[in-house]
Design a protein around this ligand. Structure first.
Ligand SMILES: NC(=O)c1ccc[n+]([C@@H]2O[C@H](COP(=O)([O-])OP(=O)(O)OC[C@H]3O[C@@H](n4cnc5c(N)ncnc54)[C@H](OP(=O)(O)O)[C@@H]3O)[C@@H](O)[C@H]2O)c1
Length: 236
């Protein structure tokens, strides 16, 4: 059985693929051909190339993945976008929705029917739950992922395909490098969290492996907040 990891050349995707490849087969999905082939060679895995801004028809894409039984799908394709509504264009909105929400739709619609007894995981963000200024576009896209995942969890429960979402707060990855580029910004971000730290892959990886495993066999349609309490708690 094989796991599909999309956004495999990003920080989170690469770490998940590397961990899973220690014991299982992985199929990598990404848009950067040279980074993807390098990682696929390193992990001895297969891969499919896709730029979600310019996707091929789902049926054609399905055929690039020559796996009968897919055990898990993890979509790490995503973006960050921090600008107010009045400073954003329709193109900005479309890009954010496309990268985050459409990628999740595209991948699940491509593979759900080959995922009996499987587990699909999508990434949302704390911004889908908590009203943070200048996060309107990313909040809309990530909240859409949470809604779509709940409905898909209901649709595919008959196949024992579980669909869950992980909603992190700010993590130390490629995506947040600019935001966390100064010591002051790091300290400010830490202090906003009841457990005052920046997230990293060690916070995410155990949740991913648990959601993919049979230990979470009765968990579906859930959004798991991995955020040091930021979405729900008020620090003293
Ligand atoms: N980092 C945070 O603070 C944070 C907080 C909350 C939620 N998240 C979510 O966590 C998930 C993982 O992100 P990360 O932090 O690991 O960031 P990352 O390292 O930037 O990974 C994002 C991935 O998305 C891929 N991608 C972006 N646009 C794409 C497109 N048009 N077509 C195909 N692939 C595309 C990137 O491809 P390339 O490798 O080619 O660039 C990269 O592999 C994302 O859904 C993100 O929104 C992150």
């Amino acid at each position: 059985m094989t796991y599909i990891i999309a956004g495999a050349t990003g920080t989170t995707g690469r770490a998940i693929a590397t961990e899973l490849a220690r014991t299982d087969k992985v199929h990598l999905i990404g848009r950067d051909e040279s980074a993807l082939t390098e990682l696929a060679n390193h992990l001895d895995s297969s891969y499919s190339l896709i730029d979600i801004e310019n996707p091929i028809p789902v049926k054609e894409f399905q055929q690039t993945v020559e796996i009968d039984e897919i055990k898990g799908l993890v979509n790490c394709i995503g973006s960050i976008y921090l600008r107010p509504l009045h400073g954003s264009t329709i193109e900005d909105f479309n890009n954010v929705v496309n990268t985050n929400l459409f990628s999740s739709f595209y991948l699940l619609s491509a593979f759900a029917r080959r995922m009996k007894n499987g587990s699909a995981i999508f990434f949302s963000s704390v911004a889908a739950t908590k009203g943070l200024s200048n996060h309107e576009l990313i909040s809309a896209a990530k909240a859409g992922i949470e809604g779509m995942a709940r409905s898909a969890a209901a649709s595919y429960a008959k196949d024992n395909l579980r669909v869950n979402v992980i909603a992190p707060s700010i993590m130390d990855t490629n995506m947040s490098a600019k935001i966390l580029s100064s010591e002051a910004a790091v300290e400010m971000s830490k202090s906003m969290h009841p457990i005052p730290k920046i997230g990293d892959i060690s916070d995410i990886l155990p949740v991913v492996t648990w959601l993919l495993s049979s230990e979470s066999k009765w968990i579906t349609g859930q959004t798991i907040h991995v955020d040091g309490g930021f979405s729900t708690l008020k620090p003293r």
